[in-house]
Each structure stands twice: as structure tokens, then as C-alpha cells.
Design a protein. Sequence first.
Length: 128
Amino acid sequence: MPYIALQLHPVPTDQQAAALARGITDAMASVLRKRREVTAVRIDGSCAALWSIAGEPPPQPTAYLDVKITAGTNSAEEKAELLRRLHALLVDTLGSLAEASYLVIHELPAANWGYAGLSQAARAGAPL
């Protein structure tokens, strides 16, 4: 049940947003073996006045991609491959990115998050 939030400058086109949502979902499913039907992707764009690098508007597309997954469900190699694949997707879709573009994977304890009213620990039958 991953949750992915992508913040971009500049605001992506509808076609770019759709390609990114599909590509992120595909990467989560193929690299981390996450279920598509509970993979949520949110994409937000901002204008130059709301994003800066070194105190100035970004000179080229900039991204911050935040992935949330359950702790302990994926290996270091899988997470490294996900970062490589998502960076390539961003570049393929948006063009060259500013160096200060970041991809972050947050691993949350299974008892601390879930969906449909159940934590991931409860779904796995683990003691809470």
C-alpha cells in the first residue's frame, strides 16, 4: 500500500502527469512488488515563485518525490533500483532535472499506517 507524493516545478501538463502516475505505479509494482490497486500517487505542481534553489527560481525542472512503504518489506537493492527507475522516469518525462531534485523513501512501521481502517500490522496478523 504505497503512497507516493510528487511535487514538481513547473506544473506538469496533463499528459506528463498521467505518464508519471502510470510510470510510478508500474515501478512500485514491478520493483517493490506492491499491489497496484492500493498504490496511490498524488502529483502537485508549483510555479517558480513557490520553489527555489539557492534562493532563486529553479533554472530547469525540479522534483521532490516522497515514497511511503511499510518498513522491512523491501531490500536495500530493491529500494536502490526503485530510486534509479523513478529518476529515469522523471528525466524521460520532464527532461533534464535540476541537481537539487530529491527522491525519498520513508519506511513506516506496520502498526503506524494502513488503509480501509486497518493497519498493515493488523492485515499481516502481527501483534500490535
